[in-house]
Design a protein around this ligand. Structure first.
Ligand code: NG1
Ligand code: ZN
Length: 533
């Protein structure tokens, strides 16, 4: 039975604030940190129940609000393979968080136990971590109370990045099995990534120094440790590493700032040389944006789409080089926000699939390829190698030394890439690997294709729930008639493309537009927004 007394006693210390509706969305629970105490307590209980449901497998809990402003915070559950929480539990989480009183909470939990057929006699094992937000420490205390109420076996992974927490979950659950993922420590993560990187770039000439904008977040701590592991192999300069300065987190820096403003973080201006590549992490180091400024000071962004293009083409080349063309199929997954020029470039080379926004959709679609490359334009993504592909690569006997080299590179990529979730530091080493192999500068990488000018705008509407989409969010089915009007507008713009969808993380509707000329992309976006409003 549920430990009702323990839950009640502790729940009374973490009452739900009235009038706040908490929803487990694509980013977990996320809102003002000061309102989240009851949510964290309840997530502790949920994590323990999820673990019991999965026969005592380790569940992860990450306390972060990623690229959001510093006063925000949030929490996400991580499933045993290091992946996002299974879809059906999102609704359970929302329901449990909504219970207005302790009595209602007990009732909601009892319902969940019955509905999900949870065997409460099973053990519960949970590992948790947080980013550098000031509200994090007290939220973790609330989480610990929830875990304590359930008698869960816990491990505190401290202050670390989201992808490292995902890595730990996968390692803990595969320890001692033939799918062992790595040593379950931050040290193990650093050794795995840096070891693979060193092997991959052996014999390649060292690249010029790389500037990393750490968004004044937890990525600064991890990047510093990684830099020491890399030593001479990669010269890293970490900037925006003020993790304890109030208000600094994600403020005029970080991957989201770069993507949304399409500008260089002002704090980098005096460090970056013309043509020198730099990159920005977001507040929990699961997103990555590269960029450079040219001789005239013009800013050029190398976003998730450019990363996907660079990486996918490289992997296709290695598969060919290994003599496995036709046997291992490489595919790319994007969302409707992928730049049209990237979709064109990639489609000419390999299969490309478009799915709805949200990492879980990309991740699942990527699992359908032998090697699935997925990136959101905003810089979140990774590469998945199917178990059969890993097996085939390990057991394949190469016919030539060149084939042998290509296979070794692919095997080292498997170690380098964090396959659980998008990982800014792992992705950064992946990009650096390809640049070293191709002897590309940022300018050469950028010239793979030229981005279509585009514009993304938010529209505040009375009820975003009336907006319903189909075809991977590229077309509206409701409100009826609106899509026809959008189509009519789009036809008037050269290279025009536009779509409208409700945000899953904010109370807005997003309008995206592309056209051959920037002013036209802007105009199209605003005219479509005018139809929505
Ligand atoms: P919404 O708010 O549903 O557009 C945003 C991002 C997604 C994804 C999620 C989760 C855009 C246009 N949308 O989703 O790509 O990152 O947040 O964080 O960037
Ligand atoms: Zn993030």
């Amino acid at each position: 039975a549920l430990p009702v007394d323990a839950i009640s006693e502790l729940s009374n210390l973490h009452p739900k604030p009235e009038h706040i509706h908490f929803q487990y969305g694509t980013a977990g629970f996320r809102t003002l940190g000061s309102t989240l105490d009851s949510v964290l307590f309840r997530v502790g209980i949920l994590a323990a129940l999820r673990s019991k449901k999965l026969d005592g497998k380790v569940i992860g809990v990450m306390v972060t609000a990623s690229h959001n402003p510093e006063p925000d915070n949030g929490v996400k559950l991580v499933d045993p393979r290091g992946e996002m929480l299974e879809n059906s539990w999102e609704a359970h989480a929302t329901h449990v968080a909504a219970a207005p009183t302790t009595a209602a909470l007990i009732e909601s939990l009892s319902h969940l136990v019955k509905h999900a057929k949870i065997d409460l006699s099973k053990p519960a094992r949970v590992v948790y971590a947080r980013d550098t937000r000031p509200s994090g420490a007290s939220l973790v205390k609330a989480l610990e109370d929830g875990l304590k109420a359930m008698g869960a076996e816990t491990r505190d992974a401290g202050v670390t990045t989201t992808p490292i927490l995902h890595y730990l979950v996968r390692c803990m659950n595969t320890k001692g099995t033939k799918e062992e993922y790595g040593d379950d420590s931050e040290e193990g993560y650093m050794a795995k990534l840096s070891g693979a990187f060193k092997k991959l770039v052996t014999g390649k000439s060292a690249l010029p120094p790389l500037i990393i904008d750490c968004a004044n977040g937890v990525g600064a701590l991890a990047a510093t440790v990684l830099a020491s592991h890399l030593g001479e192999t990669l010269h890293i300069i970490t900037l925006n590493d003020s993790t304890t300065t109030p208000g600094a987190l994600n403020n005029a820096c970080g991957a989201d700032y770069v993507k949304t403003t399409q500008r260089l973080p002002p704090s980098l201006a005096s460090y970056i040389q013309p043509g020198q590549r730099a990159c920005s992490l977001d507040g929990d180091a699961d997103r990555l944006m590269y960029y450079y400024a040219d001789e005239r000071g013009v800013f050029h962004m190398l976003d998730g789409d450019k990363i996907a293009a660079l990486v996918a083409a490289f992997i296709v080349e290695l598969v060919k080089g290994a003599g496995l063309e036709g046997e291992i199929n490489v595919g790319v997954v994007q969302t409707a926000y992928a730049n049209g020029a990237s979709t064109k470039y990639l489609s000419e080379r390999l299969p490309v699939k478009c799915v709805p926004t949200g990492v879980k959709h990309l991740h699942h679609a990527a699992e359908h390829y032998d090697v699935g490359v997925y990136f959101e334009a905003n810089g979140h993504g990774t590469v998945l190698f199917s178990p059969e592909t890993q097996e085939r690569l390990s057991s394949h006997s190469p016919q030539t030394p060149a084939q042998s080299t290509a296979i070794n590179h692919l095997l080292n990529l498997i170690s380098l890439i964090n396959q659980t979730v998008g990982d800014a530091l792992s992705d950064m080493l992946l990009v650096e690997t390809v640049l070293a192999h191709k002897s590309y500068t940022a300018v050469e990488w950028d010239s793979l294709y030229a981005d279509m000018p585009n514009r993304l705008v938010k529209v505040v509407v009375k009820d975003r729930n009336i907006f319903k989409t189909e075809d991977a969010e590229r077309r509206l089915v409701s409100p009826v008639g609106l899509q026809g009007k959008i189509d009519e507008l789009v036809r008037r713009y050269e290279g025009g493309r536009s779509f409208v969808r409700p945000s899953g993380t904010e109370d807005v509707v997003r309008v995206y537009a592309e056209a051959v000329v920037k002013t036209q992309a802007d105009e199209l976006a605003f005219r479509v927004a005018g139809l929505v409003y």
